[in-house]
Ligand binder design. Sequence first.
Ligand code: CMP
Length: 588
Amino acid sequence: MHQEVTLIATVAVSFVFAAVLGYVADRLRLPPLVGYLVAGILMGPFTPGFVADTGLAGQLAEMGVILLMFGVGLHFSAADLLAVRGIAVPGAIIRIILATLLGIGLAKWWGWGLGAGIVFGLSLSVASTVVLLKVLEERNLLNSASGRVAVGWLIVEDLAMVLALVLLPALAELLGGRAASDAAQGAGLPLSLAIALTLLKVGAFAVMAIFVGPKIVPWLLTLVARTGSRELFTLTVLAIALGIAFGSAEIFGVSFALGAFFAGVVMSESNLSHRAAADSLPLQNAFSVLFFVSVGMLFDPSILVRQPMAVISALMLIIVGKAIISFLIVILLRYPIGMALTVAGGLAQIGEFSFILAGLGVSLGLLPTDGQDVILASAIISITLNPLVCAGAEALHTYVHARWPVLSNHYGRRRHEALGRELEKIRALTEARERQHQLEMQQLIETFPLFAKVDEHSQEELLLLFRPKSALPGERVMRKGDRGDGMYFLSSGAVEVRLPGGAVRLEPGAFFGEMALLSGGRRTADVIAIDFCQFLVLERRDFNMFTARHPELRAAVSEMARERSQMNALNAKREAHPDQREVSAQGQ
Ligand code: CMP
């Protein structure tokens, strides 16, 4: 059935099918992702017609997960993660344990071994970040306290799964499976050593992410942004996201997705993070579609006939069991009912990690292939049903609120308010940082009306290009006859341009040093500070680059230089005829 299908065919057909079926789904009032999943099923090897390369599609899907997690990281600061730890950490851990135990119970009932039960249970215990994000985004909940808690909870779950993925090969034989191949991590090592090694690697990764990343990444972004090339900037953002994702998977053994998430968190500390987010968004969207398509491709519909009861019970566990567990955990931790319902609904599905775990389980001889098919089928169905489940949770909340308003309003209010305050503080801090940036731009334009000519994006770039410099009264800022190293913008203080015909005083808002840059020649005059001065200097290379892209700015500067030269020539002439001595100041 398989035929040679190229990368281009896979991507092209995926996009076309996904676009058409996504549209159809939307018309049917279903979430578009249902359309993407169906597109995948149609392109998969189990349905007639076009068959895409599933291996290739899987890799493209991984790209989608990487970019998506990177996007989440960009909007999720480390402070956010710390703020929700009180609920996310115990919640995720308790839920994984309980859901896994339930999975083991189900597997035992079907006569599978303990190893199969563990893989099966773990696969059902972790929810998909991609799906959760889509649902939260559609409901405009991504920035709410509940949304932050749900995302933080999933991050902890993902971290736990990373550990599980590393430990499974080491434990495989003990659980009745095949010994892991030598290529697998942890193979051949005693268990305690394998665990220690994993923890060490994850620890090293955390140290890099917390201490080294926040220094290097923002610096790198600023460096590239200063070149003014938009394309290079976007490229750098992607290089950092994919580079960190791939590098951390290779070196530290953490998943691509987790690496990408931390790349985003690290980048969110930069002033340029909003630009990075805007630049990577279209790619995120395109590749996350490929994620759903490739999930659909793996689906073998015959499992619904072969093992209907297994699929139904797995689904019950995912949707009902997990939702009840999450709900109870949140309530027991004394958070409000609304939050408990949002978390319970949003996390009542399974996704990317479940496929990876199931695949590993099969390759280790722990999970029967039927088990993998059941997991896939329940993933697709639970993902499709998830928007409905979330709407149900919301309706339930409305009902509870109407029926028991006091309970709904008061239960868990204290903790919720405390969490809200903390998140609000973090948001206020981020906003203050952004406002500061806006203010700098505003001041720039107010002080130097010249820059009102260029668009906001370029004004921002100028802020990056400027090098601050200062001078003391009496200090020579420029020497006549020197090579021009840059153009100076006077932001405070005053300078005097010493010309043969007399001195010209320049005040804040004026610029000087443009003539040598424009002509490529030497400085035409001495410039002396006559007060404590502060300058913004645009270096020669940056000046040439920036004005080449803004001819209107170059024209304005050239016009001023021309007027000044004319004035100087005139004054020089008057100098020759002392009866007409007067120097007029230009350039204020
Ligand atoms: P540049 O020749 O690079 O270095 C000396 C600077 O003095 C020159 O550029 C101008 O920016 C500035 N300058 C020269 N003549 C005048 C003038 N008449 N009024 C104001 N500034 C001047």
